[in-house]
Design a protein around this ligand. Structure first.
Ligand code: C5P
Length: 296
């Protein structure tokens, strides 16, 4: 096969529980992930050398994406190749806003693993690809699985979660980013000298998903990183409040931010909430859960 295209979804954390910083600098997490219908598409083409190009669609600005060896997709391909003398031409077509707390780079990496596995005929199963994914970043394994799932460890230990629901979200992105390490460092500052309890996923959240209850989900969402992100970007308080004022069922920062998420009743309600948020940034509609990385 000369060319394979794979799409992988954005992730949100329905609840992000963060524990005390570990000796390796990472934080133990207890999180519930959901995959949303914003996608990165990666095309892997047979080549003798390594190359990477990138485009954005649906208004995604890719000017900040590194195209050198530090790019997570290229690292994913090289990791999968191991010692073999391979090459590949990768093209990333990004529909997930960059540096937003939606794990767009992780989606690129997961899609690349699936695409190169197919292109090179390696025959690795999902569990094996997930081990490669965990080496690349905390959020990469989830992008392989998609759906709704729990995440433990530093986020890389993923277990599928029963979810009977279909949820409509408004995803508000900005023309600035928040660095994930900076948000975690701010979390440490905020909790300096205090006992940080081990993180847990609220039982009400798991119940709401199992029942497919949108109102139950709205009552149970949460993000332990949000106070830290709001310290770095106090201006996010206003759009969060405006979403609730515009009747969103819940409003929260996505992961380390700055993207803000608003839960809606249904698609037309999401349109109304999105219309009220356009003055703060770019408001997109998305639904979840959706599947993880799949060959197109
Ligand atoms: O794993 P990933 O490369 O996505 O993590 C980026 C950074 O986010 C880490 O270097 C670390 O500073 C922070 N992080 C953390 N605890 C986690 C996940 C990420 O402190 N569970």
């Amino acid at each position: 096969m000369a060319e394979v295209t794979v799409q992988a979804p954005a992730k949100i954390n329905l609840h992000l529980g963060v524990g005390p910083v570990r000796a390796d600098g990472f934080h133990p997490l207890a999180t519930a992930y959901q995959a949303l219908s914003l996608y990165s598409r990666v095309t892997a083409t047979d080549a003798d050398t390594w190359s990477l190009t990138c485009s954005g669609r649906d208004g995604v600005d890719v000017s900040g994406v590194p195209l050198d060896e530090s790019n997570l997709a290229l690292r994913a391909a090289r990791l999968l190749a191991g010692e073999e003398p391979r090459g590949v031409a990768l093209h990333l077509d990004k529909g997930i806003p960059v540096a937003g707390g939606l794990a767009g780079g992780s989606a690129d990496a997961a899609a690349t693993l699936v695409a190169c596995n197919e292109l090179w005929g390696l025959g690795h199963d999902r569990a094996t690809l997930a081990r490669f994914a965990a080496e690349l970043g905390s959020d990469v394994p989830f992008a392989l699985y998609g759906g709704s799932a729990t995440g433990h460890g530093r986020g890389e230990i993923v277990e599928p979660l029963a979810d009977a629901g279909h949820y409509e979200w408004v995803v508000l992105t900005f023309d600035f980013g928040v660095s994930t390490p900076a948000a975690y460092a701010e979390f440490d500052l905020l909790h300096a000298g205090a006992e940080v309890p081990d993180p847990v996923i609220p039982a009400e959240l798991l119940k709401a998903l199992a029942e497919g209850s949108t109102s139950g989900l709205a009552a149970a969402v949460g993000n332990d990183l949000q106070p830290a992100t709001l310290r770095l970007r106090p201006d996010l308080a206003e759009p969060l409040a405006a979403g609730i004022a515009a009747s969103a069922l819940a409003a929260l920062v996505s992961g380390s931010g700055p993207t803000c998420l608003f839960l809606a009743e249904d698609a037309s309600h999401a349109d109304r909430v999105a219309a009220a948020l356009g003055r703060f940034g770019r408001a997109r509609r998305a639904h979840g859960p959706v599947p993880g990385a799949v060959i197109c």
